[in-house]
Ligand binder design. Structure first.
Ligand SMILES: Nc1ncnc2c1ncn2[C@@H]1O[C@H](COP(=O)(O)OS(=O)(=O)O)[C@@H](OP(=O)(O)O)[C@H]1O
Ligand SMILES: Nc1ncnc2c1ncn2[C@@H]1O[C@H](COP(=O)(O)OP(=O)(O)O)[C@@H](O)[C@H]1O
Length: 303
């Protein structure tokens, strides 16, 4: 087991990082999904063929200074949803426009009790630990072990597990690319609220697209989104197959299963990589300790 600390990234595990995309779609250029804000109108948008909509966010006050959609180096800016719709529909290979913000005439109400006060009370800093990886990579196990470890240290956590949230808030969403994007967007927004409450929010979901994860990162202040990649090879996940889903996917009974006939894009520059390769098995508690050490070092376990 090794822990390698690079520029802002912690790699921990039994082998070297493998950043290849997983699955038969790995060489595709997918339409890029993300959250695009258009002069106060938040839209989950997409890139046109081969072009990427990039996010440029003022993360501390995103409700006042919305995220701007940038295509290449040009900022896309729209004054109303009609302009936006026209712009999107005129693009070639338009796949889908997902959610247009419909709330108007709304104002932000400040409270006399702020994040700072809540953090003082809790003696910790609110943040989001975003665990991404294939089904069966150990996300839920790590989330629970981490939550327990922090709880024992007197720290308040809350887990947002993809599977669990899909039982309620996100029960209307499928595993189509745009529904996954909406699933991740909603969980990102909820996680942001938890972090604002001063809580260490642990989000564990496949979140297979970089763009969706990056859009969630852009919702939070610098440093408060800690992306943890469970780098476990497909073969290992498939051998585990605790729910029998890989077996169903292999025989075509589940379509669009991540890693089988749906893509997974590994993070390129996340904060922590936890590797599980070859015969060496890193235990969930060792993995959790790595994350806790990171939080300690970055000052999240004190106000
Ligand atoms: N098509 C397909 N692809 C991937 N996963 C599938 C699919 N259908 C059902 N499941 C089950 O749903 C869990 C993943 O939900 P997530 O919300 O984490 O997925 S995503 O982030 O929206 O991609 C995932 O749970 P985990 O195994 O805990 O990852 C699966 O149990
Ligand atoms: N670090 C680990 N080493 C070995 N097995 C693990 C580890 N973490 C999880 N597992 C096992 O792998 C399977 C999938 O774990 P789970 O947490 O449900 O993954 P995910 O939430 O990513 O689908 C479970 O059977 C679990 O016991």
């Amino acid at each position: 087991m090794t822990a390698i600390r690079g520029a802002g990234q912690l790699v921990f595990g039994s082998s070297s990082p493998d950043c290849d995309e997983i699955g038969p779609f790995s060489s595709w250029r997918f339409a890029k999904l993300g959250f695009v804000s258009l002069n106060g109108t938040n839209v989950i948008g997409l890139g046109y063929s081969g072009k990427t909509v990039r996010l440029n966010a003022n993360v501390r006050s995103s409700f006042l200074n919305p995220i701007k959609a940038m295509e290449d180096s040009t900022t896309a800016s729209f004054t109303n949803t009609n302009d936006c719709a026209a712009a999107f529909s005129s693009g070639e290979n338009l796949h889908q426009m997902l959610t247009v913000r419909k709330s108007t005439n709304i104002a932000w109400h400040k409270s006399s009790v702020e994040k700072f006060d809540r953090q003082e009370l809790l003696q910790q800093k609110g943040c989001v630990i975003w665990i991404t990886g294939l089904s069966g990579s150990g996300k839920s196990t790590l989330a629970c072990t981490l939550s327990r470890g922090l709880h024992l240290r007197g720290k308040l956590t809350y887990i947002l597990d993809g599977d669990n949230v899909r039982h309620g808030l996100n029960s209307d969403l499928s595993f189509k690319v745009e529904d996954r994007a909406e699933n991740i967007r909603r969980i990102g927004e909820v996680a942001k609220l938890f972090a604002d409450a001063g809580i260490i929010c642990i989000a564990s979901l496949i979140s297979p697209y970089r763009k969706d994860r990056d859009a969630c990162r852009a919702l939070l202040p610098e440093g408060d989104f800690i992306e943890v990649f469970l780098d476990v090879p497909l073969q290992v996940c498939e051998a585990r197959d605790p729910k029998g889903l890989y077996k169903l996917a292999r025989c075509g009974k589940i379509k669009g299963f991540t890693g089988i006939d749906d893509p997974y894009e590994p993070p390129l520059n996340c904060e922590i990589v936890l590797q599980q390769k070859g015969g060496d098995c890193v235990s969930p508690s060792d993995m959790a300790e790595t994350v806790i050490s990171y939080l300690e070092e970055k000052g999240y376990l004190q106000a």
